[in-house]
Ligand binder design. Structure first.
Ligand SMILES: [Fe+2]
Ligand SMILES: [Fe+2]
Length: 494
């Protein structure tokens, strides 16, 4: 905390544990963060006298003064990568995620670590606050002092800020934040499955499809992949048998994004890639369900129809006005996704061409997910590491060798979700890869009991951990087939 007289504490600062935080407080906090986010954003577009701003300022005042009425005053503070309202950590909500990120980013850039409202605000003080804040030059460490001086000059003493503090080694906070990201990841993952299902049903019924919602979800997924991609990769191992096409589309999108990120794609290109992943099998919405879910092998005519789904997907996407301008990368990517790297797949081409980059990424992501998912006609899918071995045999044939290498590095030798036997005789499920390439064989593992029965326990061990004599405590002996042990891997990622 700074020592200047600006480092004023709110009168009420009783430390309450996060568990004691009621749902109302959490909601109020999230509301406040959202309001600050929008205020900052729109104040960069309009000048401080603009009338259009008025209505939003009024709405924000309501939220701000509601907090002050309840709490007497408030301090919104950054500690590492979290926001605390009157010393209580605010958990991200799915809707609030973007606002949290925005506030953390913008305040940190300006070296502002805390904003204190000491009493109820009115329109003019709030306008002064927001414009003084956004006008601070980014990267200046003395911004907090400057801000307080400027507010003083305008005769406002009720709003003060403190400089950003640096925090090191606060693992407790870090872990709490990870837990939130896990929660948000789960919500976004399942919401995307639900939304792609809705959209494909709408397309099938010739109704208006809510494509914008999907796009927003893809953008959130990209945020989360940047934060901790192992969480989404873990969720992608949950294979939902009944909802194959939807679940598969989301998984392909996640795997594609993980590859695209390694290729250094911009956020915009990643968004296009994520959308292409979600839509790659959209052509299947034109194929009768009886054929899609047929438990036996397809006959000649059915197979001919099935092979048309990339082309039908292209047609669908071209007709989908809600997508806006036609995106050639997306259209070609969908066309290419079964073409194979050496062009031996379908649709058959009369003239040679090269498979597009999006198409080559999809080929890898699509094949991996399809091979590791149980299907009506193949109840026990390939083991994850087995799948990679099979794919490697087809490197240069079905798959672009470079992209396949990148993908194997992402899912690693022991992909997240693999069931492994340890040298202690215990069973484990691979939870998170080791970030050190030289320790690729030493991921984090969820420990199961010896007979694999106590599926309720979730102890995570780190295979890179050594005992006092420098010997590793656990090592992987081999991978096992979860179907033979009756272990439901998905449970451990929910
Ligand atoms: Fe396909
Ligand atoms: Fe597919």
């Amino acid at each position: 905390m700074g020592t200047t007289d600006s480092a004023i504490q709110p009168e009420k600062s009783i430390r309450r544990s996060p568990e004691a935080m009621g749902p109302d407080f959490a909601k109020m906090g999230n509301n406040l963060v959202t309001k600050f986010h929008v205020l900052m954003r729109i104040s960069r577009t309009y000048d401080s006298k603009n009338v259009a701003l008025s209505q939003f300022i009024q709405e924000s005042l309501k939220t701000i003064n509601e907090v002050i009425n309840k709490e007497g005053s408030f301090a919104l503070k950054i500690i590492r990568d979290d926001l605390y309202l009157n010393e209580q950590r605010l958990r991200y909500s799915v809707e609030g995620f973007t606002s949290f990120k925005y506030i953390l980013n913008q305040w940190k850039k300006r070296f502002i670590g805390e904003v204190i409202f000491k009493e109820a605000a009115d329109e003019s003080t709030l306008r002064a606050f927001i414009y003084t804040l956004v006008e601070l030059e980014e990267g200046r460490e003395d911004n907090a002092t400057l801000f307080n001086e400027k507010m003083g000059q305008q005769g406002i003493a009720s709003i003060r800020v403190n400089a950003l503090e640096s925090f090191e080694g606060e693992d407790g906070v870090y872990t709490a934040r990870k837990a939130d990201i896990r929660e948000v990841s789960k919500k976004i993952f399942f919401e995307t499955i639900g939304t792609i299902k809705e959209v494909m049903t709408q397309i099938r019924g010739d109704q208006h499809a809510d494509v914008r919602k999907l796009k927003r979800l893809v953008q959130k997924t990209i945020h989360l992949i940047m934060e901790d991609e192992s969480i989404l990769l873990g969720l992608a191992t949950i294979k939902n048998y009944d909802e194959y096409t939807y679940n598969h589309s989301v998984n392909v999108s996640i795997y594609s994004l993980a590859i695209g990120r390694r290729l250094g794609f911009s956020r915009d290109t990643l968004t296009e890639l994520g959308m292409t992943g979600l839509f790659h099998d959209v052509g299947k919405s034109m194929i009768p369900k009886e054929i899609l879910n047929k438990p036996a092998a397809l006959d000649q005519t059915e197979w001919v129809l099935m092979k048309k789904h990339p082309l039908m997907g292209v047609e669908t996407v071209l007709n989908l006005k809600q997508l806006g301008e036609v995106n050639p990368k997306m259209v070609i990517g969908i066309f290419d996704h079964h073409l194979k790297y050496d062009l031996s797949g379908y649709p058959r081409l009369f003239q040679k061409k090269k498979v597009s980059l999006f198409g080559r990424i999809l080929q890898v992501a699509d094949a991996y997910d399809a091979m590791t998912t149980p299907r009506v006609y193949k109840k026990n899918p390939y083991r994850l590491d087995e799948t990679l071995a099979i794919m490697l045999k087809d490197s240069g044939g079905h798959f672009d060798p470079t992209l396949l290498k990148i993908f194997i590095a992402i899912v690693s030798v022991y992909p997240i979700g693999s069931l492994v036997l340890l040298d202690t005789g215990e069973l484990g499920i691979v939870y998170k890869p080791n970030p050190e390439p030289k320790w690729i064989e030493r991921p984090q593992v969820i420990l199961l009991s010896r007979d694999g029965k106590e599926e309720g326990t979730h102890q995570v061990i780190d295979l890179a951990e050594a005992d006092g004599k420098g010997h590793f405590k656990w090592s992987i002996v081999k991978t096992l087939d979860p179907n033979q042990y009756n272990i439901d891997i998905a449970k451990y990622f929910l």
